[in-house]
Write a protein that binds this ligand. Sequence first.
Ligand SMILES: [Zn+2]
Length: 417
Amino acid sequence: MIRTVHIARYVLAEAGMLHRNAAVHISDPGRITRLEPWQSPPPNLQTKVIDWGSAIILPGLVNAHSHLELSRWKRRAGGPGTFTVWLQDLIGERRKWSREDFLESVREGALLSLSAGTTLVGDISTAGVSGEALKTEKLRKVVFEEVLSFAPDQADDCLAGLRRRLQRTECDSLLNSGVSPHAPYSVSPRLYREVAELARAMGLRLATHVAESREELEFLARGTGDLRSFLTGLDAWQAGWVAPGMPPVPYLDGLGCLEQPAILVHCNYLDEDSMALVLSRSCSIVYCPRSHAFFGHDPHPVRRLLDMGINVAIGTDSLASNDSLSILDEMRFLFRTRKDLKCDEILRMATLNGAVALDFGNVLGRLRRGCWADMTILRLPDGINDRHVLSQVLEGAGEYLATVVQGEIVWSSLPVP
Ligand SMILES: [Zn+2]
């Protein structure tokens, strides 16, 4: 059996486990068989050695929340104004796009992701084309089929459409499906309940946007504010809807959405009781740092969430509210702006926590025996201080050199060795 060995000056197997001059051994099916100090292999072994030189091998970076289908939008709407103005711009833009536009946009997003070292993505599919567009891309992905409808009498049709999309998707070792009811202000309680039930029955991850804005809190507390006007403007307001009079997390819990380890995206505004509920339900939170900053939200409660033991992953959200699809850029942004986060915590959020959120916690997120060989490799400049390698990377040292998914080099800035 041919084995591949990737060697580099540094291998950061997981937070706190830095190896110098180390080798990652990979078996044929793309699993890591061992990690050890580098020494030449015995000559009788069929081994392909790839020496990355002055580089660091990291566990593959995980983008736990993206909308690759919006990769071509690139913030054409300019600054956000208010959240609802941004939403309206987004809806207007989407209406101009054809199916082909969405397909191309997803593929562009996949390439941008791979070239930024991302190996696994949790991608929201609103247009229903992401599964098809990503099927042949060598990026590992969970495609969350999204549903949106605030009208309870449309719930059956939405659910039937969702089932069709799930059936159509041929999952494989790099493609899994999930479901995503969009948000508490855009999905009827009935649809939320039924999608949650479907997710449990099919064993699928559920991801939903939660507690993203102050407007959402007001809408659920009293049924008033910008989001009420937004729905009225779209002719989507439901006269029979009664505000639950509670924050978003307990509201979704009451609809059965938290009965599985759901992915709660954003959670920019959470009270202590909501955080305790997220923890008790073993749900994950995805924090999208630069998208959060784009909208000018209050400081994110990420420190408190980590201290409580909640699994917090990182996402880029879409290029409609971000400058790049790079998780490394998110990590560097956090390093600059969140002095209350340790380097190891930032790495963990970008790797293992994302893998856990997307249900790959046992096989991804770390470089260890038995895990899939998904790796992000960065070229390092000369003069790196041996003792603080990760903090120097977060300060800006290192460029994308290669992205490895399941043992295969799927992107490299060099001709593939
Ligand atoms: Zn989103």
